[in-house]
Design a protein around this ligand. Structure first.
Ligand SMILES: [Zn+2]
Length: 469
């Protein structure tokens, strides 16, 4: 169904601002522009809420323009006088997923969101764009930001939480800065939170390409104690309230965990300099989520916690698409995009023009033959069994053992094919068995594997550069 936009202007080419212009336009603080994003399957509206000083600017002061243009949404900050674009960034949102669910066909939804950019010295125009079916962007909101507005909280957010450094390697403007928040940790769980935050850092920074660039990462943690241990599980009748209101069961999917209380999550994050947010859930039940430039959630006491940390971080950090296709997806892809914008999946299996053409392994056919039939047969049988086991409410440990076996089976098959380890175009990706391709036989975005494929690694490296140069 065609969406009714407030405006339908096509995004024009942006110009980049030159080195040294940061000080001309911005102070050292971060502006958080808060708004409400409201709509249903047919229309969407944005309404201003407030501006908040979110502490010192942790992003790059030289790379202010986002040339990668990933994400479902994109915003630009323009100087009012010259209309020059002085900051831009792509992102995705809970709204952007929700609007494709059946709920949005019946009901209106309301979501609080924030855009973060350096605090402007003068009035600026903020333009918010949404991706269209030809992969361009349409303008959906334009707002004149007056940094002296009566609803601008100019005084910085003060850190009233306990926070600690997990690993700090340099000044925030030259580092990728990650904040780790804890959800479902009671006061007496704080020693465990510290250990979990350290484990998250170790796992992430020992996975390539993060490992090669690990001295470009700083990770800090903020304690947000809850009255009780554990996280809310509506589907399993486990009910609790915790500090950030993260809950399993997002979009009525048992294992998808999201927090809708954006203000609280943002205020806690801003206790330390940050660009990326990892919410660790003090829970043993498998689950999590990851949204580009929003946050990840990940359960910490499950056999697959390490996989979850890294897989979800891939979504959040580099907008990596899921490369799997046999399990039922949580939200529905509208299927109209000719070519996915994500850098690790493609609809174009043409050896001359494929988006990762320059890294294809010589003498690898495109599309690349692989044992898809065998893989599909096993995966479909596994999914069927999984549904039966969940219905029977078997113990989490039994589920874990079942998936450990599945992982071994996948690793064995996918590592021992003719084109294993080669870069090509393997059919089956992003919830589609046919017509979409991934770059390698296996990847942490495909199975519960422990490595990123070359296309994913390259995407991650591009983002690291964006925050550290
Ligand atoms: Zn990949």
């Amino acid at each position: 169904m065609k969406k009714a936009y407030l405006f339908t202007l096509t995004l024009l080419l942006t110009c980049t601002i030159s080195f040294g212009q940061y000080d001309q336009y911005f102070t050292d603080a971060t502006m958080r522009l808060d708004f409400n994003h409201v709509g249903n399957a047919d229309e969407e509206h944005i309404a201003f809420d407030q501006m908040v000083n979110d502490g010192i600017w942790a992003g790059s002061k030289t790379i202010l323009i986002d040339e990668l243009r990933l994400g479902k949404y994109f915003f630009e900050v323009k100087d009012i006088k010259t209309e020059e674009v002085i900051y831009s960034r792509g992102f995705s949102s809970i709204y952007g997923e929700w609007e494709t669910t059946p709920d949005a066909k019946k009901n209106w939804g309301s979501f609080h969101e924030s855009l973060r950019f350096p605090w402007p010295k003068n009035k600026v125009n903020v333009s918010l764009y949404k991706r269209n079916i030809t992969n361009g962007f349409d303008l959906i909101w334009n707002y004149e930001v007056d940094p002296k507005h009566h609803r601008a909280f100019v005084a910085p957010v003060e850190n009233h939480y306990n926070s600690f450094d997990v690993v700090v390697n340099g000044a925030p403007e030259k580092q990728v800065d990650i904040v780790v928040l804890g959800e479902g940790y009671a006061k007496e769980d704080m020693a465990k939170f510290k250990k979990d935050a350290q484990r998250f850092a170790e796992v992430l920074l020992s996975t390539e390409p993060f490992a090669t660039h690990k001295n470009k990462f700083s990770i800090r943690a903020v304690e947000t104690p809850a009255p009780h241990s554990g996280v809310n599980h509506p589907h399993q009748d486990i009910h609790t309230r915790s500090a950030l209101s993260v809950t399993y069961g997002a979009f009525n999917s048992e294992r998808y965990a999201l927090g809708y209380d954006n203000k609280t999550i943002r205020d806690a994050s801003a206790a330390v300099p940050y660009e990326f947010t990892a919410i660790l859930m003090n829970d043993s039940i498998y689950g999590g989520g990851g949204i580009y430039n929003l946050y990840i959630t990940a359960a910490v006491d499950n056999a697959f916690q390490e996989y979850l940390f890294v897989h979800e971080f891939g979504h959040h950090f580099a907008d990596l698409a899921d490369e799997y296709y046999t399990s039922a997806s949580v939200y529905e892809m509208d299927g109209k995009h000719l070519e996915p914008w994500e850098l690790n999946v493609t609809a174009n299996a043409d050896a001359e023009t494929i988006k990762w053409k320059d890294i294809v392994t010589p003498d690898t056919p495109i599309p690349t033959p692989w044992e898809k039939e065998k893989y599909d047969e096993h995966s479909i049988a596994t999914q069927k069994k999984r549904v039966e086991m969940r219905k029977a409410k078997v113990d989490e440990k039994v589920m874990e053992d079942f998936f450990i076996k599945k992982r071994s089976w996948d690793d064995e098959l996918l590592a021992n094919m003719k084109y294993s380890g080669k870069v090509g175009a393997f059919e089956g990706a992003q919830y589609k068995s046919k017509g979409l391709y991934r770059s390698a036989a296996n990847c942490i975005m495909f199975t519960r594997h422990d490595h990123f494929c070359p296309a994913c690694q390259r995407a991650i490296t591009l983002i690291i550069d964006q925050y550290t140069k």
